[in-house]
Design a protein around this ligand. Structure first.
Ligand SMILES: Nc1nc2c(ncn2[C@@H]2O[C@H](COP(=O)(O)OP(=O)(O)OP(=O)(O)O)[C@@H](O)[C@H]2O)c(=O)[nH]1
Length: 614
């Protein structure tokens, strides 16, 4: 026993981690003259596929300055070079299991399993006290003096009850729960259904019961607001019993706790009950494997880029792990726990916030850690392509300008739209407003509505489905803009929903005749921030694209998000005021009435040009 206690807790070394994928090799269809290979192919294996001796293959690489042996694993570039030498094409094969990792069934050996903490969701009718209960529990967990009581919102948090951890999903209500389940993510182990003692079983209480039952998870009923006058817990029990949740004391098997979330009555008992229910559920996981799990929340952060809250379901997640999350990929750059502390590893049942992904994933997406970054990248890219393919909406679409002429021709037109916004709420609001547009002959299809900067994958999807991209408080960078030009994809940028709707409606009615339209003149990158007492912060910039004009409008962009829109207060080269600075030159500038600039920010200049009426 003593020996066990001494055993170092936490995760084993990387080398000892188990893979999440079955080891059996798939049979791969062989095409003439094309060598199919998988990640980690060795010199010997490739030689055999090419019908060469390993010595020949070793020689090819030797002549290129690389020493290998028969058992060395080759990277993609080396495989390509060798195949080229023998006049063959090569094609990397990624096993289906890896691409569709949602479907793999990981089976752990009983001996590897260790108890893990439960994940709890709180559901119940409006105003019955879900949010108050979540807050009270969160605060109850903060030990005096610990981190000054600071907790950050990452979508989930953990508390400790008698030395055992319990994870709470921080989004009350069953919408989040259902959305996750609809995406195949069942992360909740226990559901607390909150019922107000002075109210009773209401429609959403019933819905919550249905959802919990459908998910097959244990239910704990929290009768809340027992401090209130008119509170009648016995009546609640009777009403809940009618819904099939017979209390233990009445001979059933549902545990009831009487609490006041506001007055902090019965909270400890409720938490203890959760640990007991969790123990009965015998929740276990294997920390000795590569991590996988689900996304609780995804967002685009102004300073940190794509940020995701992940819940580790099995395995151990560690900083710098190569990871695929939904269709995004990257390396876990920074990993924070729910208290905002940087951590190096996260065990099963733990919620963490990570950065380092190339796109923002959505709640319910699955994540999987891979053994190499290259593997993560190829799986991520394949999944992105598949996602684009899936999102692709058939049907002809068009640019806003020629919408009317097509409507006049009497065709029913599909106007495909991709919405990108800085926050989830806006993305949803924009999507909803667009879908409400009602003009004869036009069907508005929002084919993608996500949070994040406008990316190349959006342009590719737009090009494939002839869609228009609408950006809300987000901007394409120069690379994305040139890709859009190349693909003839229209990107329209707005920050007021009704104006966007108006624009589309007028276009539909054939009245789209903008007097002016915006032309981006160029972009500059802030390389240095110089503090000057009189005029505020001066941005030392390098013009990366086009030109920046003294009199133009400007936008300040940070990680693809517009943080400010306004005018320049000055534009200088060395000590002289200038009218324009071209690409490849440095300049100093400051923004009228705005000081919060940072190194790495992008200044985008634009002018309004009159458009000839057609
Ligand atoms: N007296 C009393 N009031 C409570 C208690 N718990 C919550 N309340 C109050 O009830 C109201 C609703 O509580 P919320 O926690 O916002 O309820 P909710 O279920 O999260 O509501 P929605 O987010 O709208 O679904 C608030 O005014 C709370 O202060 C309690 O134990 N006793």
């Amino acid at each position: 026993m003593a020996k066990q206690n001494k055993k170092k807790k936490g995760a084993p070394k990387k080398k000892q981690l188990q893979s999440n994928f079955p080891t059996k090799k798939e049979t791969v269809e062989v095409k003439d003259g094309v060598i199919s290979y998988e990640e980690g192919i060795t010199v010997g294996e490739l030689a055999e596929k090419l019908g060469q001796t390993p010595a020949n293959v070793i020689k090819v690489l030797f002549l290129l300055g690389t020493m290998v042996t028969i058992n060395s694993a080759l990277n993609d570039e080396q495989v390509e070079l060798i195949c080229l030498e023998y006049g063959c094409e090569c094609e990397k094969h990624i096993p289906v299991d890896e691409i569709n990792f949602e479907n793999i069934e990981v089976v752990d050996d009983e001996k590897d399993l260790q108890p893990r903490c439960p994940v709890v969701t709180i559901m119940g009718h409006v105003d019955h006290g879900k949010t108050t209960l979540l807050d009270t529990i969160r605060k109850s967990a903060v030990v005096d003096g610990e981190f000054g009581g600071i907790t950050q919102h990452i979508g989930a948090y953990q508390v400790e009850v008698n030395g055992k951890k319990v994870t709470f999903l921080d989004t009350p209500g069953h919408e989040a729960f259902t959305a996750m389940r609809a995406r195949g993510a069942q992360v909740t182990d226990i559901v607390i259904i909150v019922v107000a003692a002075d109210d009773g079983v209401m429609p959403q209480t019933k819905e919550a019961i249905d959802h919990a039952k459908a998910a097959g998870v244990p239910i704990v009923v929290a009768i809340n607001k027992i401090d209130k006058e008119g509170a009648d817990p016995e009546r609640i029990k009777a009403e809940m019993a009618e819904e099939g949740l017979l209390p233990e004391e009445w001979g059933g098997d549902t545990v009831y706790c009487e609490i006041s979330a506001k007055k902090k009555i019965g909270i400890e008992e409720l938490l203890e009950t959760l640990t007991v229910v969790a123990e009965l559920a015998d929740l276990k996981a294997n920390p000795n494997r590569y991590a996988y799990g689900s996304v609780v929340e995804g967002k685009l952060d102004k300073g940190r880029g794509a940020v995701a809250t992940l819940l580790v379901e099995n395995g151990t997640l560690r900083a710098s792990d190569p990871i695929v999350v939904g269709a995004a990929f990257g390396r876990v750059r920074q990993m924070l726990d729910d208290k905002g502390r940087v951590i190096k590893e996260a065990l099963p049942g733990t919620p963490v916030e990570i950065t380092g992904l190339n796109e923002v994933p959505v709640a319910g997406d699955k994540f999987m850690v891979f053994e190499s970054e290259k593997q993560a990248r190829s799986v991520g890219e394949t999944r992105m392509k598949a996602k684009i393919e899936k999102d692709r909406n058939s049907g002809a679409a068009l640019s806003l300008d020629d919408l009317y002429s097509q409507i006049k021709e009497g065709q029913i037109i599909d106007l495909n739209i991709i919405v990108k916004a800085d926050v989830q709420g806006t993305a949803e609001a924009v999507k909803a407003s667009l879908e409400k547009i009602d003009v004869d002959g036009v069907r508005v299809n929002v084919i993608r509505s996500t949070v994040g900067a406008i990316s190349e994958s959006d342009v590719i999807l737009a090009s494939a489905s002839q869609a228009i991209i609408y950006g809300f408080n987000v901007r394409p960078d120069a690379k994305v803009r040139s890709k859009a030009e190349e693909e003839n994809v229209e990107i329209r940028l707005h920050n007021v929903i009704y104006k966007m709707v108006e624009e589309i409606e007028t276009a539909m009615k054939g009245m789209l005749a903008p007097e002016y339209h915006e032309v981006v003149t160029g972009q500059a990158e802030i390389r240095q921030v110089i503090k000057a007492s009189k005029v505020g912060n001066i941005a030392g910039c390098y013009v990366t694209d086009g030109s920046i004009k003294r009199n133009s409008g400007i936008r300040l962009i940070r990680d693809g998000i517009v943080v400010y829109e306004g005018k320049l207060a000055s534009l200088r080269r060395f000590k002289d005021d200038v009218k324009e600075v071209n690409s490849g030159f440095e300049c100093g500038l400051n923004i009228e009435n705005y000081n919060d600039i940072k190194e790495g920010d992008i200044i985008e200049g634009y002018v309004m040009e009159e458009v000839e009426k057609k």
